[in-house]
Structure formats: C-alpha cells, structure tokens
Design a protein around this ligand. Structure first.
Ligand code: ATP
Ligand code: MG
Length: 435
C-alpha cells in the first residue's frame, strides 16, 4: 500500500498548524472583546441601578418645603431607601446636599449595612458640579438634582465592583477557553478524519495503478503465451514423428524423447498460464455434486490405479449451481496435487466428499499425504509458487480463481491425522426443481 508522499504530509501538517494557530488567535481575540464588552455593560447596569436609586431618593425628597423639614418628615421612607441600598453592597453611600452644597442627609456604613441619618461631618458638595456620573479616585458618583433645593449623590464603590468584574472576567475566560478547547478537539478529529481519507485515497490510487500495470502486463504475457503455444504444438508433433522415425532406424530415441517431454511440459505450462491469465466465463448450470465427483473419479481412475491409491467417494445429496467443466477441472487439479504429494507415503488414500453447509455446497479432496507445511499454507495459492520439483505453481492459483469467479472460496487445511483437505465451497442451487 503506497502512503501519501512526505511533501504532501508536510504541507498538510503545515496547513493544520496554521489553521490551529489562527483558530487559537481568533478565540483569544474573541475572548478579549467579550470580556471587555461584558465588563463595560456590567458597570453600566450597576450605574443605571444607582441612578434609579438616586432618582427614587430625589422623588421622596421632592416638593417645595425646606429640605431639612422634608428630611425630618420622610425619615421612614429614607430608612427604607437606606435598607434597599444596603442590600446592594456596591453602593458605598447615598447623600443629600442642600442648594448651597451642605450635606443634609447621608447613609453611613455600619456593621449591619448602610443606615441613613444626619451627618456629623460637614461634607460639602462643590456647587455647580456636573450632573450624571462623575468618576473620582475610589467611586463613581451619580448626581441627580433635587429641583432647586439640592442634589442627591449616590456613590458606587470601585473597590466593591472590582472583585465582581474580576469574577465575571474569570468566568467568561473559562467559558471561552472551554469553547476554544472543544473547537480545537473538533478540528483535531476533522484533521485526523481527512488524513485518513487522504491516505485511503492514495492507497486506492496506488492499487488502481498497480492493477492497471498488472492487467497490461498480464495481457502482454497472455498474448506472448498464445503466440508460443502454436509453434510449441508443431514442435511437439514433429518431435513425435522424429522419434518414431528414429525408432525405425535405431532402437533408441532417448534424446529426442527427452526433448519431446520437455516440450510437452512447456506446452502444459503455456496452457495453464493461459487458463490463469485469461479465465473463461462461468457458464452456470444445476449439477448434482455426486455426478461431478463420479466424473472426476472416472478421470482419475487410471492414475490412482497406477499410483496404488485407494479412491473413494462420499457424497450427500446436494445440488450446485456452477460451471460443471470448470469445477471438474479444479477437482482434478486438487486430486493430482494429492497424488503427487502421496508419492512417498505409506498409506495412500484419496477421498472425494460432498455435503451441504447452510446455503453452501462443499466439495472436498482429502488425502493421506504429508500435508502442506503450515508456514507455506498462506502462499501455496500464489501463482508460480511451487514446492514440487517440476511444478509450475499454477494449479491452486487457477483453482482459487475459479472458486472466486463462482462466488465461492478454496480452503486448504492440514488434517490432524496427516494429509490435506482441499475444500471448495460453492453456492448451492437456489431453485428446487430438477435441472
Ligand atoms: N494435497 C497436497 N499435499 C501436499 N502439498 C500440496 C498439496 N496440494 C498442493 N500442495 C503444495 O502446494 C504447491 C502448489 O500447488 P499448485 O498445484 O499450485 O502447484 P504445483 O502442483 O506445484 O504445480 P502445477 O501448476 O503443475 O499444479 C505444490 O507445489 C505443493 O507443494
Ligand atoms: Mg498442482
């Protein structure tokens, strides 16, 4: 599997790095703006509420009566206002000044909060100071005029506001950091997924290229094999004739016979290769497994007899839907492998079996030979892989290809008691009526 090239990986990582950096920077900027905006609007809220308190105080003290008298008569209302102010611990004081700027009424901080009363101190207000909010060193003073008779001043403590704003700031920063972290996690997941897709795509492309190259090479080789086959056949025929002629003149034709056998082997190799490289189409038909096995046994009979192999058939009734010729060819190939493998064996038994396994028909060629070394089991069906002297290594490759073309598979399994089971698993016929 070809991996994406290193420059592509580097570019991809660079792009991801830049993107992550931009994301972090934009979150930091966003957090800064957000914190600033929220702190400002919190302060505005507090000041607005302070203004409302000051206006309420001014309303309570309104009228034409002298301010001292009013303060005296509205004591109760003023202490209610004091209590309300006491609950808002950001408000430091509320004060009432007369028209000459002398302090007439003021809340004072006690342990129980703010309480109102006549001040001892002679705090004075600069007459003519602007209305609205005035920022001093430790407070924001909200000034509301009291018609022409004085001014109400509510002071919001900066020191009390600071920890609240700091808390608000911390919370906002925490939330933004969590949102940023989540966004980064999503980005990381997306990046990993995209990288996976890129890799898969690269692997698929590499595979496609390799398939195309192999297909081109295969077709070239098949054409070559096809061209070789005819002269080989002619050569074989001529060698046969030459051998016969030599027999007439001399008693031996050894060298020619050897040449003819070698040409025959070459011819078989070319034919096998052509079967492998140019598989014929599958012509499916319904066939009884037993019939196929019987046909195979008939073909193998003479070879088995010659090799002193006991051949048996054990077939349960099962109907296949397969290319009968191709399946018989595969079984013969598997059986020939078995016969070749049993040449050195003491007991030589070959069994052809058939049975159903769910929706599959199973055809087995079981022998009593040495089996296949387990480390080679995974490789024996590769084309041109052979452990046999003179073997071309195409028998199992062709069998595997034909099984797959039928929508089935070829399984190879060593038996615990010795020998190999070559198992062809094929689809059963779906229609129930007889063929
Ligand atoms: N029944 C078996 N018992 C033991 N070894 C086997 C058996 N069948 C196959 N093998 C091993 O698997 C190898 C590959 O088999 P395959 O039929 O593909 O090629 P081959 O028999 O070597 O050559 P050919 O193309 O002539 O069939 C064989 O060389 C053999 O070593
Ligand atoms: Mg073989």
């Amino acid at each position: 599997m070809r991996q994406p090239s290193p420059p592509l990986k580097r570019q991809y990582l660079l792009a991801v790095g830049v993107f992550a950096l931009l994301l972090v920077a934009s979150f930091a900027l966003f957090a800064d703006l957000l914190v600033d905006q929220f702190s400002r609007s919190y302060l505005e809220d507090v000041l607005l509420s302070g203004r409302a308190q000051a206006e309420e105080l001014a309303r309570q003290l309104g009228g034409n009566a002298p301010l001292y008298r009013v303060v005296e008569t509205r004591k109760e209302a003023l202490s209610r206002i004091s209590a309300t102010l006491a609950r808002q611990d950001v408000i430091q004081t509320a004060q009432v000044f007369d028209e000459r700027g002398r302090l007439v009424w003021s809340t004072t901080t006690r342990t129980e909060g703010l309480v109102g009363g006549f001040p001892d101190a002679n705090a004075e207000l600069v007459v003519g100071a602007p209305e609205g909010v005035v920022e001093t060193g430790t407070t924001y003073e909200i000034r509301v005029p009291l018609q022409d008779v004085g001014t109400v001043v509510v002071a919001v403590s900066k020191a009390a506001l600071a920890p609240r704003i700091a808390l608000l700031r911390r919370r906002l920063l925490l939330h933004t950091a969590v949102a940023g972290g989540l966004a980064l996690a999503v980005l990381a997941a997306a990046v990993a997924f995209i990288w996976h897709l890129v890799q898969r795509n690269a692997a698929l492309e590499a595979r496609k290229r390799m398939d195309e190259e192999l297909a081109a090479l295969g077709s070239l080789a098949a054409n070559l094999a096809h061209e070789i086959r005819n002269p080989l056949n002619a050569l074989s025929l001529n060698l046969e004739l030459l051998e016969e002629e030599l027999h007439e003149h001399r008693a031996e034709g050894g060298t020619v016979g050897l040449a003819r056998r070698e040409v025959g082997r070459l011819s078989r190799l070319v034919n096998d290769f052509l079967v492998y490289a140019r598989p014929s189409p599958v012509h499916r038909e319904r066939c009884e497994a037993f019939e196929v096995l019987r046909e195979v046994a008939a073909l193998l009979g003479p070879s088995c007899e010659k090799a002193d192999v006991a051949l048996t058939i054990d077939a349960q009734p099962v109907v296949l839907e397969a290319d009968r010729g191709q399946i018989a060819q595969v079984l013969v190939n598997l059986a020939l492998n078995a016969l070749q493998a049993m040449e050195q064996s003491q007991a030589r038994r070959l069994e052809l079996r058939a049975y159903a396994r769910g929706q599959r028909a199973v055809l087995e060629v079981v022998d009593s030979g040495p089996g296949i070394p387990s480390e080679q089991l995974g490789r024996v069906r590769e084309a041109f892989f052979s452990l046999r002297k003179g073997g071309t290594g195409l028998g199992l490759a062709i069998a595997d290809r034909i099984a797959q073309a039928h929508g089935g598979s070829l399984e190879l399994e060593n038996r615990p008691e010795g020998g190999l089971v070559a198992r062809l698993v094929l689809p059963v016929a779906t229609r129930s009526e007889a063929a």
